[in-house]
Design a protein around this ligand. Structure first.
Ligand SMILES: [Zn+2]
Length: 116
């Protein structure tokens, strides 16, 4: 129920970072199977795919960033990027909206404000 919302761009970025990490771990794992060339090849390919995937995700973030609207967060006064109609502040997770009709509505049910 208390699902935690995060800034979309930040979320995708941490996913891309995790992919790089997983890719390197998988490639490192290949060392333990160096006796079996086929396994090494599979691990190396999987690791490489993760890293390539991460590069693609990073490129996608770049594309999304150009479409995101830069706003000043009313809560922490820092510049953050809003993607779509509603998004969270990158720094303080304050819910932000570009649509005045959604002001204070969309996140109230699921966003845990009482945490402060
Ligand atoms: Zn903020």
């Amino acid at each position: 129920m208390a699902k935690k919302y995060k800034n979309k761009i930040n979320k995708i970025r941490s996913f891309a970072l995790a992919l790089i990490f997983i890719g390197f771990v998988i490639m490192y794992g290949a060392i333990f199977f160096r006796e079996n060339q086929i396994l090494v090849l599979i691990f190396m390919t999987l690791g490489l795919l993760c890293i390539i995937g991460s590069t693609v995700v990073y490129g996608w973030i770049g594309l999304l960033s150009t479409r995101a609207v830069q706003v000043v967060c009313p809560n922490c006064n820092r510049h953050t990027k809003v993607l779509g109609r509603v998004d969270m502040c990158m720094y303080c997770n304050e819910p932000l909206t570009l649509d005045p009709s959604l002001e204070g509505k969309d996140f109230d049910e699921s966003y845990n404000r009482g945490k402060k």
